[in-house]
Write a protein that binds this ligand. Structure first.
Ligand SMILES: Cc1ncc(COP(=O)(O)O)c(C=O)c1O
Length: 373
């Protein structure tokens, strides 16, 4: 069945008691026990499980081709749960261009003895191989990466991880399940900041983990979700399930516009470099073409004149909003280096764009006028 159909129907059924076609929101934190002490509906307490969370998790597992999903209160809570599934002293290989929040989490919350970390260019498989240690337990990829859209070959990275007895996890936030399914390429775990494309309207914060198979990883993550308690609320789960129905339509439209905008910027004298895997000049173009069903709605570009010119350009935009985050219906632009802090390796003239659902011509007009000064 096509993803458009699954996105509408996965995790949904008319409400058994009222016939409501759209699911009710179950805010109750607790559920009645039977006289014999059992839980006839299977629900006991909302931190453990909740009907809205179950619906969302069922849908996410189906869209990513996994056996189970775990919904969290944010993308970072989902990543933190993954790291807590490891044992003290384990080693993790991360991409050098990982979402900067993960680097901060590792450096400020985890002690070095708790978790050893290497950061490598995941587009270079030799670098990944060279980073493997006897205690490597997780290889984490983020593709396309944030903010310069580097592409990692998921199948090859998963093979390296498995040859070393490690799990392979992929942050699939930027591609969304519409454009890429890492589990089908051999990854063991997919992570989403559901705040982004899955939520799609910049009004809900969430995260999710989806596992390829039942086993120790799935059990550990379920245990951490239940006992760590960083779960997504029933209302957030309801909003996310509602948004899933339009995910394929939104992401395809955003991808089409991003391709047009990338071509426009690539031909503009005021732009020194465009990072978009859909461009033939992008180093990851061939791999992205193989493992993705489209190149996605995110791009970044470097403005001639560096930091000052990038800020000035963003200030002249009339339609495109200056704000962090991505995946919403509105187009956002952001100077990444100034948000990433002192450790940032992002070029000073780089602006990142999350392309929304406005008409591509209007967005190009806005960029063109701002670039003209
Ligand atoms: C690729 C990626 N992963 C993870 C996160 C963290 O997600 P959240 O902000 O929902 O905690 C983000 C947030 O921007 C992201 O872009």
């Amino acid at each position: 069945m096509h993803i458009d159909t699954r996105a509408v129907h996965a995790g949904r059924a008319p409400d058994a008691t009222t016939g409501a076609v759209m699911p009710p929101i179950h805010l109750s934190t607790t559920f009645e026990r039977a006289a014999d002490g059992g839980y006839p509906t299977g629900f006991a307490y909302t931190r453990e499980s909740n009907p809205n969370r179950m619906s969302l998790e069922t849908a996410l597992a189906e869209l990513e081709g996994g056996v189970a999903a775990f919904a969290f209160a944010s993308g970072m809570a989902a990543i933190d749960a993954t790291l807590r599934a490891l044992s003290p002293g384990d080693h993790v290989i991360f991409p050098d261009e990982i979402y900067y929040g993960v680097r901060h989490l590792l450096h400020t919350v985890y002690a070095p003895a708790q978790l050893q970390a290497s950061f490598v260019d995941m587009a270079k498989l030799d670098a990944v191989r060279a980073a493997v240690r006897p205690n490597t337990r997780l290889v984490w990829a983020e593709t396309p990466s944030n903010p310069s859209l580097k592409i990692a070959d998921i199948e090859a990275v998963a093979a390296i991880a498995h040859a070393s007895g490690a799990w392979c996890g992929v942050d699939n936030t930027w591609a969304s399940p519409v454009m890429q399914n890492p589990l089908a390429l051999g990854a063991d775990l997919v992570m989403h900041s559901t705040t982004k494309y899955i939520g799609g309207h910049s009004d809900v914060l969430g995260g999710a983990l989806i596992v390829r198979e039942a086993g120790p990883l799935a059990e550990k993550l379920g245990h951490i979700q239940h006992h760590g308690g960083g779960v997504a609320s029933p209302f957030d789960c309801w909003l996310l399930l509602r948004s899933l129905a339009t995910l394929p339509l939104r992401v395809r439209a955003q991808t089409e516009s991003a391709g047009k905008i990338a071509s426009f910027l690539a031909g503009h004298a005021g732009v020194s470099r465009v990072h978009y895997p859909g461009l033939e000049t992008h180093p990851g173009h061939a791999i992205a073409g193989r493992q993705m069903r489209g190149f996605g709605g995110m791009l970044s570009f470097e403005v001639v004149g560096g930091r000052e010119a990038a800020f000035a350009l963003a200030a002249r935009l009339r339609l495109i909003t200056r704000a962090t985050s991505l995946g919403g219906v509105e187009t956002l632009i952001e100077h990444r280096r100034s948000i990433e802090g002192p450790d940032s390796t992002t070029p000073d003239g780089l602006l990142r764009m999350s392309v929304g659902l406005e008409h591509a011509d209007d967005l190009i007009d806005d960029l063109g006028a701002a670039l003209a000064g």
